[in-house]
Design a protein around this ligand. Structure first.
Ligand SMILES: [Mg+2]
Length: 368
């Protein structure tokens, strides 16, 4: 992978699609569509069962991924037993309690920080438009970026996440990494000759995403509390304010819209269903792209740290495991299946960790 052909000027960046042809193959749309048709014709009952089964899987996944202690949820499955909790903490120890080991492993290497936004830097709130980060957290991230290259990697629209973070010195990857912008004056940028780097591998999908967003707005408006968010290259359907008894109906509405868009895929997150183009691109690829932009494509002396709370962050955790570089930190209060090496319970612990990292770096610099 190279990013040479995606360097655009700052002026162009806001209005020009940098890479109009996605370089990644789509799955066979024809095959998918025809397979669907055949099954519908021959086995309507089977499809009905599969349909209901899949919706149940999504709903169970959303519940499992969500800290359902919030808002007095009655789901007993949410509260792990004490042995479960301690076994998970043994396998995924706190990044705070393992701080010395972590920094020791990074010695002599360049730490590069990747941070998810919702549930990592800001709490999960009912209204996604109000997921503000605290001033203290903003200060912590600003300090962090003074010492380490720092990127925000979010499922949100890039402009939206920037409006929350408001720090020009960071690198931003929105829409689950499908909309990446590297700052023009990034002091760590080694390849872009002072120009902004914009990479949008799903740009061909923009008209389709706009259409599906409008269709979802229309189809879900009968469900109280349902919220559809246009994230430019992907769409989120939020379940946060929907009564759990209506989740199945809402998921069915979403699925009925998606049936007409076989080139889009749907995945569950924390009280959200995410709709994305089917391309071979995710937060893990975005992290690798950013590392390459920073000049660390084939370096052994880089130490990437990725902190995130959701299933989409697992793609980045997996990349780190495969590279054998750095580590992932999952933000979660409850045990979850994860490729991350360590855990933090909530955004306040993330802030503690970032502050300790800055303090450690300052001490280390002074010592040497
Ligand atoms: Mg998140």
């Amino acid at each position: 992978m190279t990013n040479q052909n995606v360097v655009v000027s700052e002026a162009m960046a806001s209005s020009t699609v940098a890479n109009p042809t996605p370089p990644f193959p789509y799955p066979s749309e024809k095959g998918r569509a025809s397979g669907f048709g055949v099954r519908r014709k021959c086995m309507p009952q089977l499809e009905l069962c599969e349909n209901a089964g899949r919706i149940n899987v999504w709903i169970e996944s959303m519940k499992a991924l969500s800290p359902t202690q919030e808002k007095g949820s009655a789901s007993p499955a949410a509260a792990p037993s004490v042995p479960e909790q301690s076994s998970w903490i043994t396998r995924r120890p706190s990044a705070l309690s393992m701080f010395e080991e972590i920094t020791k492993a990074s010695m002599g290497k360049q730490i590069v920080m990747f941070l998810d936004y919702d549930g990592t830097l800001s709490p999960i709130v009912d209204d996604p438009d109000c997921a503000f980060m605290s001033d203290a957290m903003r200060d912590a991230v600003r300090d962090l970026a003074r010492h380490f290259p720092t990127a925000i990697v979010s499922g949100r629209c890039r402009d939206k996440v920037y409006s929350f973070v408001r720090l020009t010195e960071l690198y931003y990857a929105g829409s689950h990494g499908m909309d990446i912008k590297v700052p023009a004056n990034g002091s760590h940028l080694r390849k872009a000759n002072g120009k902004a780097v914009l990479f949008q591998p799903a740009s061909k999908f923009l008209p389709m995403i706009e259409k599906v967003y409008k269709a979802l707005l229309e189809r879900t408006k009968s469900t109280p509390g349902a919220r559809v968010e246009n994230n430019k290259f992907c769409v989120s359907v939020h379940f946060r304010c929907v009564d759990e008894k209506r989740w199945s109906g809402l998921a069915d509405q979403v699925k009925s819209v998606l049936r007409e868009y076989p080139r889009l895929r749907l995945s569950p997150g924390r009280k959200v269903l995410e709709i994305r183009p089917i391309i071979k691109w995710d937060k893990g690829k975005a992290m690798e792209f950013l590392l390459e932009s920073l000049g660390f494509a084939n370096c052994n002396d880089v130490f990437p740290v990725y902190i995130g709370d959701d299933r989409t962050d697992e793609d980045a955790f997996k990349v780190l495991r495969n590279r054998g570089q750095g580590f992932g930190i999952l933000v979660s209060k409850i045990p979850k299946e994860t490729k991350a090496s360590y855990s933090l319970q909530e955004p306040s612990e993330v802030m503690d960790f970032l502050q300790r990292l800055v303090e450690w770096k300052m001490l280390t610099c002074r010592r040497w």
